[in-house]
Design a protein around this ligand. Sequence first.
Ligand code: PBG
Ligand code: ZN
Length: 324
Amino acid sequence: MTSQFPEARPRRLRRNASLRSLFQETEFSLNDLVLPIFVEEEIDDFVPIKSMPGVMRIPESKLAGEIERYARAGIKSVMTFGVSHHLDSNGSDTWNDNGLVSRMSRIAKDAVPEMIVMSDTCFCEYTDHGHCGVLHGHEVDNDQTLINLGKQAVAAARAGADVIAPSAAMDGQVQAIRRALDAAGFTQIPIMAYSTKFASALYGPFREAGGSALKGDRKSYQMNPMNRREAVRESLMDEQEGADAIMVKPAGAYLDIIRDIREVSRLPLSAYQVSGEYAMIKFGAQAGAIDEDRVVRESLGAIKRAGADLIFTYFAMDLALAGI
Ligand code: PBG
Ligand code: ZN
């Protein structure tokens, strides 16, 4: 006689907290998180970023102390972004051995040698027009920018950066950087490619954070958010070019893309929870609409569940201080 009641009852494994944690499929820890930071030269005090409550521009003179504080809290890795006072048409400060890109890595590694320092490798915070490369008329010159990316990557490696992370979205940037690093003797320095980078409105707060001079947009080099096949192709191309790890950016609205790429590549895959994702959670919580801590954990857990190994998130320090 068949009962009218179910035999299979998923609720059996949800009855209490111990059962639920025993059967939880996805977890993240500080080993998976990278904290992006903004460092400004020639200032004395921290500068709050209004569109990213809780995030500040760090004065270069206080960077060492901050890195030590992150390390004490358990942060394993940072990604450095410079807020430059030395802008020019091609961002040449980035390949100066005494420029801000180099100094950030040197200061961070001197402060805490075990801290993994990833050097964001781009030009938009160092050009007077705000684009991610050399401008010729209204076009960003791909191949001239490749040469400059190689120079910046070598300077960053010379300054002690552990990982080179090119975000300029130029065609062939991974290959160009790999060759430049190898030619300079940095065969052991890995490239974490921003391989699938969408031209997203969610980068809005970053523009304030980085003090970007950009007028217009980056749609001629970053990807159309509506393209799924091309998103996979971009990451596979970077793998072919020699990337050691690949990335999807932004993260939360692109979980399908993270999963697609996870299924076709064996490389470590990262995802970047960008400034606008951070801002939406912060302001939503400030308005009393959502519980910040729970939404942060749910959003990062979802990114891991989709297939990301590493997550770049501005919440990394909050989680570290909470003991994760
Ligand atoms: C610059 C860069 C951007 C971000 C990371 N690197 C901005 C952009 O491409 O416009 C965005 C990060 C964020 O929004 O948190 N190439
Ligand atoms: Zn850029």
